[in-house]
Design a protein around this ligand. Structure first.
Ligand code: ATP
Length: 372
């Protein structure tokens, strides 16, 4: 049974969705929810199972087992209804190269039964939106990669799908064309389309996606907001660091076991140990009117280590990771008090790329196992 768009919370829900090719498990019991009207990033290394998952969700291939609900319809029971509600821009543009851009889009519109009147209006609007109208009568085989990608987007939207699947839509595009497509994705989402974006471009994913899922070897290994994934990595690294130091690990376990995080004595012991073995974040500050006196004063802060005044005028230091935010505030306060101006500030906090590598590379997976 279909759930109407108004009350539908999730555009996609899967339950143990699985695909086997012979004995090979390409997608292994995928449990995933995609919020309706959101932009959802679907990441994973080559061969992780993203395209196979998308092919099942778009009813191009049948699942071996498990369940998938797309736009309120069951992918195995109502594939035709699912197809009407979705649009797909595949990894490799699949247009007829001997037809013009307009003829390709017309074919798609006819396939979905769009009326003649709607077809003309929508084609004009969409072509203007992605800025490809000027080339509408050009043969696809004479078009550039970016132009073909834009025609592909128009063709996938002609029947006004609720959910749009984009499989690496900006691969090989120049930076300007990429930005045009990013704006378009955002605009489509603002209009109420749910977007599923498969990409290896971490900047693109972080810029556009509210939630992301990361697949590795057929399994879902992470599902969260980009920021939470980065924050979790900091916490994991702290855990890893504590694990490396048996004294700290014992103290932390004692605190956990005593079930009282306010246990003053234990926390105090932990703090004493930390004073001799501290995880740090690197902070780099660029500014105007930064002086030796300012640097000396920063060196006096208790949570700041290895402060250095560099030749290029940049001050670099290591901050105690457990009081990172306060540390940054204290450093800025000292600079301002001494009539300095901060022009740029950066930390080596983890990027989404670090999260990706951490969750999908074998080396890091091993470290994680040891840290558990
Ligand atoms: P990429 O980022 O490289 O596009 P992906 O995450 O989309 O990778 P899939 O294309 O889903 O990966 O492939 C997942 C695994 O399933 C791979 O090991 C691939 O070789 C295998 N696979 C995909 N299609 C088939 C098929 N038709 N027959 C057998 N194995 C397949």
């Amino acid at each position: 049974m279909c759930v109407t768009g108004e009350i539908m919370k999730y555009a996609i829900e899967t339950n143990k969705l699985t695909k086997k090719y012979g004995n090979f498990l390409a997608v292994d019991e995928l449990d995933m929810k995609v919020k309706n009207k959101s932009i959802f990033g679907f990441l994973g290394p080559n061969g992780a199972g993203k395209t196979t998952s998308i092919k099942m969700l778009t009813c191009l291939i049948k699942a071996t087992s498990g369940k998938g609900i797309v736009a309120g319809y069951d992918i195995s029971k109502n594939p035709n209804e699912v197809r009407e509600k979705i649009g797909m821009v595949p990894q490799l543009v699949s247009l007829y190269s001997d037809l013009t851009a307009r003829e390709n889009v017309e074919l798609c519109a006819d396939y979905y039964g769009v009326t003649k009147e709607d077809k003309e209006d929508r084609m004009d609007d969409l072509m203007e939106l992605v800025d490809i109208k000027y080339a509408e009568n050009k043969l696809v085989k004479q078009m550039s990669g970016g132009q073909k990608q834009k025609v592909s987007v128009v063709a996938s939207l002609i029947h006004r799908p609720d959910i749009l699947f984009l499989d690496e839509p900006t691969i090989g595009l120049d930076p300007t064309t990429k930005m045009v497509l990013w704006d378009l994705i955002q605009e489509l989402n603002d209009e109420g389309h749910t977007i599923i974006l498969c990409s290896h471009d971490m900047y693109e994913v972080e810029k556009l996606c509210e939630n992301i899922a990361i697949m590795n070897q057929g399994k879902l290994v992470a599902y969260n907001t980009p920021q939470n994934l980065k924050d979790n990595l900091i916490i994991e690294k702290e855990k890893l660091f504590i694990k490396e130091n048996p004294v700290l690990a014992d103290l932390q376990n004692e605190i956990m076991d005593s079930n009282n995080v306010n246990d003053f004595k234990l926390n105090n012991d932990l703090k004493k140990e930390l004073d001799t073995y501290i995880p740090t974040t690197q902070l780099s500050v660029m500014g105007e009117n930064l002086t030796d006196e300012t640097v000396e004063e920063i060196k006096g802060l208790t949570n700041v280590y290895s402060t250095k005044f560099n030749h290029d005028g940049r001050i670099t230091m290591d901050l105690d990771q457990f009081s990172n935010k306060n540390g940054i505030n204290e450093v800025i306060k000292i600079i301002l008090k001494n009539n300095g101006v901060v022009t740029s500030i950066s930390t080596n906090d983890p990027s989404l790329e670090d999260v990706f590598v951490n969750l999908t590379s074998k080396k890091y997976n091993k470290l994680d196992e040891e840290a558990k």
